[in-house]
Design a protein around this ligand. Structure first.
Ligand SMILES: *Cc1c(COP(=O)(O)O)cnc(C)c1O
Length: 230
């Protein structure tokens, strides 16, 4: 089991390197997040031992439990799930490295209010629903700029980029236009004067394509830990 996880990490690192060199990038520019939702604390500990420093959770309760169980390790925790406004306080208190999923002005303002109380700025990304899918969270492409403008009014949330989960395709090549769309939105916002270096995009089945399209953060679960049971 241990060796398998270490092998998976090594293989993924190799594939990140190859994808990066194919498009003239360096692997150091791509941050690997291990998505540990549904995975037990011991497997997270093992993955940390295999050199992974960043882990991502998608539910507050589960995240809080794992963060407590693993507080002895210097892990950088990320929040990648839908965040209800009433969980904003807990999310800010938890001390996530990055919250990837701001998808409304209500959530933005509430996170800001909570972060201001702690006196510690919170880094975050705006999640964009690039496929316009009803089943997915994230702001519509059209609403993105407006949300970004709102972010000028606040002080304690630092918006550093964009996140997206494109529609699922058997053939990841079909996901490429959605990655491009996210990057184009980011570039447009940068031309308007915002600084948004981070693009959080790419999962187990399409991360190489995301890297080719400019991902700076990839979020991998299955390929590292195996199929999830729930
Ligand atoms: C579960 C999840 C992932 C990881 O998906 P895999 O296909 O297992 O790599 C990435 N991002 C988000 C937002 C997720 O919820």
């Amino acid at each position: 089991m241990s060796t398998r996880l270490a092998d998976n990490v090594a293989l993924v690192r190799q594939r990140i390197s190859s994808a990066a060199s194919r498009c003239g990038r360096t692997p150091e520019d791509i941050r690997l997040l291990a998505v540990s939702k549904t995975v037990g604390a011991e497997a997270v500990r093992e993955a940390f031992g295999a050199g992974i420093t960043d882990f991502a959770e998608n539910r507050m309760q589960e995240a809080a439990e794992k963060m407590a169980a693993l507080h002895d390790l210097p892990i950088k925790w990320h929040f990648i799930g839908h965040l209800q406004t009433n969980k904003a306080k807990a999310a800010v208190k938890a001390g996530f490295e990055l919250i990837h999923s701001i998808d409304s002005d209500r959530l933005l303002f509430e996170l800001d209010r909570q972060a201001e109380k702690t006196g510690r700025p919170q880094r975050a990304l705006i999640e964009v629903n690039v496929g316009g899918e009803e089943s997915k969270h994230g702001v519509a492409k059209e609403a993105f700029m407006k949300l970004l403008e709102e972010s000028k009014k606040i002080k304690s949330i630092k918006i550093e980029g964009l996140m997206a989960i494109p529609p699922f395709f058997e053939d990841p090549e079909y996901a490429r236009p959605f990655f491009r769309r996210l990057r184009a939105l980011r570039d447009e916002a940068q031309r308007a004067g915002y600084s948004l270096p981070e693009l959080s995009m790419g999962m187990s089945h399409d991360f190489e394509m995301a890297i080719e399209e400019g991902a700076t953060i990839i979020r991998l679960g299955t390929i590292l830990f195996g199929e999830r049971k729930k």
